[in-house]
Design a protein around this ligand. Structure first.
Ligand SMILES: [Zn+2]
Length: 218
């Protein structure tokens, strides 16, 4: 079971204080999808690991509201201009909307493609749980491009992480339905292995998804 708790946050952009809910404890009894989407039995924790200010639209994990976040005039302006107007006052934002906004904030803060990609991946996972197939594909594509950007840059991804992220890019494209691109990425996985002892499972997973794809691990 997932346990949630109310927390008080203050927005670093507009200084509004608001109440949000966060995750105290959760579980992984719901299994793990082959894109690493771990599911809980009961309430899914993901939408509660990200918070949004409903006045200006600023979004991020709890630390973005509690630690000193450097707020440049440019960041402030972009949040007001691009996130504030997307707030739907009639309803609470969905998990995927919050993660998408967090991805934008991270990009504007120059946090690097790897960091941004992770929010987009989580937006896709939330869209799956929200039953929104179109949004799911949209976020998967954006996540795949960002992970590709991270892999292409010199120092974003450590050598030991390259194989697993290469696999993930393949899996994202497979789930979008672009099999040709997915296969290109799966075929690259074995070249990225740095330690076959600990990474054999990645090679095996890539082979599996290439030949006879599974939706869940295990
Ligand atoms: Zn705000």
């Amino acid at each position: 079971m997932t346990t949630l708790q109310e927390i008080d946050l203050q927005c670093p952009i507009c200084e509004t204080s608001f109440r949000s809910r966060t995750v105290v404890s959760t579980n992984s009894f719901g299994g793990k999808r082959t894109d690493f989407h771990e599911r809980a039995a009961g309430t899914q924790p993901l939408p509660f690991l990200i918070h949004m200010c409903l006045r200006c639209g600023f979004s991020g994990p709890e630390r973005c509201f509690t630690e000193d976040v450097e707020v440049s005039p440019t960041l402030k302006e972009r949040v007001w201009r691009e996130l504030a107007r997307e707030i739907n006052t009639g309803s609470n934002p969905t998990g995927s909307e919050k993660y998408e906004a967090a991805a934008k904030v991270a990009e504007w803060r120059d946090m690097g493609p790897r960091y941004v990609a992770d929010f987009l991946l989580r937006a896709a996972w939330c869209a799956v749980d929200e039953g929104d197939t179109e949004a799911e594909r949209f976020y998967r594509r954006k996540a795949a491009w960002k992970f590709e950007e991270a892999l292409a840059s010199y120092d974003e991804v450590g050598p030991d992480e390259r194989a697993v992220l290469t696999y993930l890019v393949g899996e994202l494209w497979r789930r979008v339905g672009d099999l040709a691109t997915a296969h290109t990425w799966f075929n690259r996985v074995h070249n990225e292995v740095t330690d076959i002892g600990t990474q054999q499972w990645v090679v095996d997973s890539a082979k599996q998804q290439l030949n006879s794809p599974r939706e869940w691990f295990g």
